[in-house]
Design a protein around this ligand. Structure first.
Ligand code: TTP
Ligand code: MG
Length: 353
């Protein structure tokens, strides 16, 4: 059994606005939604939700439900900044991270020894770090399968955690309303309800062929979810599976020799950051150069070890691409072998939604 954590910030954009402007705290607020009352709102805080205001609702509708609603202009730059900060926090616990949006990510902590391997304690520590460092609350779900971790993070919102242990998994899923399954939207839910299907347990006694007939591929996926089957591992991209070091120079470099010197100096730092016990084996080496006009180039080659000679060759190639341009940054990185790839081949029976 694996251990997944799903973290989701509470009323994210609205929380950032309330943090930075405490006057807004006890008022119902919504983010976005233009002043001329056209368009939709991005999200709203909990006081506004009490009036029935929701994400993606037309501003006019939101104002009808809650006439005192305060419309706040969004600050995307700030949300991105917070999003990057929380990702940085996640990386202190594991490299196995799958961000789903600015405020939400899956973490796979199966192989993590922190807190004696307790995913619950890890999740609590992440929530603590987020609160202490950003002044914002996040909710967490902990479960042995991905979709249940996501559902669980919503159970005790805001500022809550919900843990579904392997022994609780089957019962939790059995009683789960179908509307909570990610991917079941309004239209699908209506269709399911018309067929007399409301909870996962209803699906369990319903013929799979009929589900297929009504919902196509998604029917197969629904059947699996209802049986607490979710073989998906995280989709992490390659960037997150690499370790790198880089240096921006005080003065631009003009020759390959100077660049090589900087690279050699960076090598011990790279070795330091690669703790082979914790990380997967090395798959390839790469060199990055940023030129004085801020154009950058990367050259990579497969290699199982950090081979200095090879790095010099890659650096030379990168340098030549600059066609005489000065260099303002030199970087080195290694890509790590994706341990998941072979496992994934054996999985799922049905294609996913
Ligand atoms: P969500 O996590 O869906 O919502 P939320 O964080 O505001 O509230 P909750 O406490 O229920 O998690 O989305 C994260 C942010 O993404 C949200 O703050 C605003 C933005 N967003 C939109 O811009 N449009 C949308 O339709 C949704 C759902 C979210
Ligand atoms: Mg959220």
């Amino acid at each position: 059994m694996r251990k997944f954590i799903h973290i989701d910030m509470d009323c994210f954009y609205a929380a950032v606005e309330m943090r930075d402007n405490p006057d807004l705290k006890n008022k119902p607020i919504a983010i976005g939604g233009s002043a001329d009352r056209r368009g939709v709102i991005a999200t709203c805080n909990y006081p506004a939700r009490e009036f029935g205001v929701r994400s993606a609702m037309a501003t006019a509708t939101a104002l009808r439900l809650c006439p005192n609603l305060v419309l706040v202009k969004g600050r995307m730059d700030e949300y991105i900044k917070v999003s990057e900060h929380i990702k940085e926090i996640f990386l202190r616990y594991t490299n196995e991270i799958e961000p789903l949006s600015l405020d939400e990510a899956f973490l796979d902590v199966t192989d993590i020894d922190l807190f004696e391997g307790s995913a619950t304690y890890i999740a609590e520590d992440i929530r603590r770090a987020i609160w202490e460092e950003t002044g914002l609350t996040a909710s967490a779900g902990v479960a042995p399968i991905k979709f249940v971790a996501k559902v669980a993070s919503d159970e005790n919102k805001p500022d809550g955690i919900c843990v579904i242990t392997p022994s609780q998994l089957d019962e939790f899923v059995k009683k789960l309303p179908l509307k909570k399954i990610p991917g079941v939207g309004k239209v699908t839910l209506e269709k399911l309800n018309k067929l007399g299907l409301y909870k996962c347990e209803d699906i369990r006694t319903y013929p799979i062929e009929k589900l297929h007939k009504h919902f196509g591929k998604f029917g197969a996926s629904l059947w699996k979810r209802a049986h607490a089957i979710d073989d998906r591992r995280l989709s992490t991209n390659r960037k997150r599976k690499s370790i790198g070091v880089e240096r921006t120079l005080d003065n631009d470099l003009v020759s390959i020799e100077e660049c090589t010197d900087v690279m050699i100096k960076l090598l011990p730092k790279l070795h330091e950051r690669i703790d082979t016990k914790k990380h997967s084996p090395i798959k390839s080496l790469g060199v990055k150069l940023k030129f004085s006009d801020f154009q950058q180039t990367t050259v990579e080659q497969q290699s199982k070890i950090i081979n200095e000679q090879l790095l010099v060759e890659l650096l030379t190639k990168a340098f030549e691409r600059g066609k005489g341009k000065k260099v303002r940054l030199v970087g080195l990185h290694v890509a790590l072998l994706d341990k998941l790839s072979t496992d994934q081949l054996a999985l799922p029976l049905f294609s996913e939604e």
